[in-house]
Design a protein around this ligand. Structure first.
Ligand SMILES: Nc1ncnc2c1ncn2[C@@H]1O[C@H](COP(=O)(O)OP(=O)(O)OP(=O)(O)O)[C@@H](O)[C@H]1O
Length: 766
């Protein structure tokens, strides 16, 4: 996309110092009224501490406050600014200079750099090729230098940190290992990225992240995006789509950052990219993934604002004021844009609009807010833009510079057929049939008439390393089979999908009762608890047997390292859900398993679903592969031996859940009776309820029965279960087997094999 920056780090540092000085000397105004006056972002906000019981009160946590300020309104355009109260020095209310502030300083560019917006395209000449080659060499040199510098700094740090050595210690053991480790941290060879013509900064970042080779989708999409094209990218789950759009956005940031500083050293332009995601967790992850590359790339300080529901709006509004890249869910993004002042105008100048998990975002239910956002971005408005100074307004890009990038592993049937254009593609990846783009064109207002359609895996949607299996069982015994599967897979990080929130609640508790490390994730949980579940499940230090029981809120995009197994407790309702759920494992070239637990009445729909997902594969030219869903047989002895455990655990869980439910219903009725000023008698109420037996009467009765289990009964159930769990599941083991040496007791004591079982057990072979 344009020329690369010729940056001189010394000049940059001097420039940065100058700007810091200018920034410290206050706003660039001579008006004495404005002396000591600061903006919203300069204030030293403090987080409001909330009592624990309020920690999850949706939207409240993250509130911030500031003391000792007077509010100043400018007469011109109603702008609100702040000043320290009389008698207080200015520095009592402004942010203290911190490393972060340093990070907010812009790197600047050397003189003579051209502002190439990629508007003009020219045919490459041999001179161009030479220039490109030179640039590549230069980039490589810079990257090596940057890495050397960092290594040296690390070594000096290590030396400085070296404690006075104990003369009794052998020097050979001292710091050699540490230095070796530091060397390991220095990164990998990234020459495979050479053809993508990336900056030395990002190459260093990729090297440090140990991404030696671009993935197929990155190889195909990055050049097209850097060349200024709109791109519709389709590639299987876990194939690196985030950086396929993240890298070009950061390249653009690096190219433009020098233009974003005013005389006072403040950022004056608007964000350059808006990335929309269907779920909050995915938005957090996208921000983190791109943020990791920023953090690993020298001289790259792109600021990322995260706009998702459930967190403080005020804080997000302030983050947005300084952001280069905005990542968010459509609901919250629209809420902030539509209620803010001048924000829509500001966002209209974004250079990239990314619609991740596009088929989901463009489907009914989500599209309304996406449509509002796109409509607002494209709306022509007259009038002043209060958040920007005049110079910045002059800098506003011309209309239609926005590149639209649409990504997913699947596209809805309608969309897919349209995008597939019935196989009529010219040049392999260019959409030929204008009609086929109708749907997206209408909604997304692409910059180009023909966006590049890049389908990296036209035949196989599922990840290469994925193994798919199916377990058939009676509908009422799914708990039993799920537990058996988990016992067969000890030390496997497993994600269990269900179709309802109540099933998530029940299963997570059931598994916990069975002493398995299970966590829950669903959309009715408070945002903080949702993030906590994902964090706990994904933490490298968490139990390697961790289980996350979730609704489809976890189906899309979540990139959690080391998920070995995905279990569909309920069959997914649509083929795309199956692809995305299963895609949480076998990511980035790793292996993984996806297992459907299927009741007889679900078999037809599951078979249809599998046929859809694998349709192209079975039609392919290559040798016919056997049916992708392998049938898994579970040893009947295992099922019958664990039945007692499951029955006990179910009784305990049902009783706990019913107690919670009855007590919350009881509280509600008591409060309603209080409001009405009448006496509440639960028994009397139950009797009158019982008269009109309508729907749900049976369930209510069951809940009542379950909740009426006494504490003593519950304690004895728990004791019985504990006893059961303390023993291994005996599979065909008797005294005779033990003495005949059928069991390697020594091996069991060493913790080898599957500790859950005692006796000869055929492996699952899956
Ligand atoms: N070039 C690369 N080399 C090695 N690993 C990579 C590379 N690019 C990305 N990854 C890793 O691959 C994993 C999957 O990437 P990402 O989340 O972008 O996949 P995705 O295609 O968006 O998946 P999904 O469709 O499920 O959202 C991440 O852990 C990421 O760190």
């Amino acid at each position: 996309m344009g020329q690369k920056r010729g940056r001189d780090s010394k000049a940059q540092a001097a420039e940065s110092k100058k700007r810091k000085k200018a920034a410290k000397s206050g706003p660039a105004s001579n008006d004495s009224d404005w002396d000591g006056v600061v903006g919203l972002e300069d204030l030293n906000w403090k987080e409001v501490a909330l009592p624990d019981r309020m920690e999850d009160a949706g939207g409240f946590f993250g509130l911030e406050e500031i003391d000792g300020v007077d509010v100043i309104r400018s007469h011109g355009h109603g702008e609100v600014r702040f000043k320290a109260k009389s008698g207080k020095p200015k520095n009592s209310i402004v942010k203290p200079p911190s490393e972060d502030d340093d990070g907010a300083e812009w790197g600047g560019i050397s003189e003579g750099e051209t502002d190439n917006t990629g508007k003009t395209e020219k045919t490459p000449t041999s001179a161009d090729t030479q220039v490109k080659e030179d640039k590549k060499q230069e980039n490589k040199k810079k990257q090596k230098e940057a890495m050397k510098k960092e290594k040296k700094a690390k070594e000096t740090k290590t030396k400085e940190a070296e404690p006075a050595q104990d003369p009794n210690l052998k020097s050979s053991l001292s710091f050699a290992t540490l230095l070796e480790q530091a060397e390991d941290d220095d990164g990998v060879d990234v020459s495979d990225w050479d053809n993508l013509d990336l900056s030395s900064e990002l190459l260093t970042g990729l090297s440090k992240m140990k991404f030696a080779t671009p993935t197929a989708v990155q190889k195909a999409c990055i050049p097209a995006i850097l060349d200024g094209h709109d791109v519709v990218g389709k590639a299987s789950t876990g194939s690196g789509k985030t950086l396929a759009f993240g890298i070009p956005i950061l390249e653009h940031y690096l190219e433009k950052r020098g233009k974003k500083i005013d005389q006072a050293g403040k950022s004056k332009t608007a964000p350059m990219a808006l990335i929309l995601s269907p779920t909050r967790e995915l938005a957090v992850q996208l921000g983190k993934h791109i943020g990791d590359l920023v953090a690993n790339s020298p001289d790259t300080d792109a600021r990322i604002a995260l706009l998702t529901g459930g967190l403080s709006i005020q804080k997000q509004q302030r983050q947005l004021a300084n952001a280069d890249i905005v990542v968010g869910t459509p609901g919250r993004v629209w809420e902030i844009l539509s209620t803010g002042s001048g924000l829509i105008r500001k966002m209209q100048s974004i250079r990239f609009l990314v619609v991740d998990e596009a088929d989901r975002l463009l489907s009914e239910g989500h599209f309304k807010e996406v449509e509002e956002i796109i409509g607002a971005l494209d709306r022509k408005e007259q009038g002043d833009f209060p958040d920007m100074d005049e110079e910045a307004q002059e800098d506003e890009p011309e209309p239609n510079v926005r590149q639209t990038l649409v990504f997913s592993a699947t596209f809805h049937r309608d969309l897919q057929t349209k995008l597939a254009g019935k196989g009529r593609w010219s040049g392999g990846d260019m959409m030929d049939n204008k009609e086929s783009m109708e749907y997206l064109l209408k909604k997304l207002n692409f910059r180009e008439e023909k966006p590049r359609f890049i389908d990296v895996n036209p035949v196989q949607q599922m990840a290469e390393g994925l193994k798919e299996g199916i377990v058939e069982c009676p509908a009422m015994e799914k708990d039993l089979y799920l537990y058996a599967l988990l016992l067969y897979h000890p030390k496997h990080r497993t994600l269990v999908f269900t179709n309802s929130i109540s099933a998530v609640r029940r299963l997570a508790q059931l598994l916990q009762t069975l002493q398995l490390p299970a966590l829950a994730l669903h959309s009715s949980m408070a945002q903080k608890a949702r993030l906590r579940s994902v964090e706990r499940f994904s933490s490298p230090t968490s139990d390697p047997s961790s289980i996350l029981v979730a609704t489809d809120v976890a189906a899309r995009g979540l990139d959690i390292k080391g998920i070995d197994c995905v279990i569909h407790y309920h069959a997914p309702r649509a083929a795309d859900a199956y692809v995305h759920r299963s895609g949480r494992t076998a990511r980035a070239g790793a292996a993984g398993k996806s297992i459907l637990i299927c009741a007889p009445e679900e078999v037809v729909s599951v078979a249809r679903l599998a046929a859809k997902v694998h349709a192209k594969r079975s039609k392919g030219d290559g040798p016919q592969k056997k049916l992708p869903l392998e049938s898994i047989e579970i040893d009947r002895r295992v099922v019958s031996r664990i039945r007692t455990r499951i029955n006990l655990a179910k009784k305990i869980t049902d009783s706990n859940l019913a107690k919670e439910k009855v007590s919350s219903e009881d509280n509600w009725l008591r409060a309603a009776a209080d409001d009405l000023g009448v006496e509440y008698d639960s028994e009397e109420f139950d009797e009158s309820e019982g008269k009109g037996r309508g729907r749900g009467g049976g369930r209510q009765k069951r809940d009542k029965q379950n909740s009426s289990i006494t504490k003593g009964e519950l304690a004895s159930l728990r004791a019985e279960l504990k006893n059961q769990l303390s023993q291994r599941v005996n599979i065909g083991v008797s005294e005779r087997y033990l003495t005949a040496g059928r069991i390697d007791i020594e091996a069991l004591l060493r913790g080898e094999g599957n500790n859950a079982f005692l006796g000869n057990l055929d492996p699952l072979n899956f």
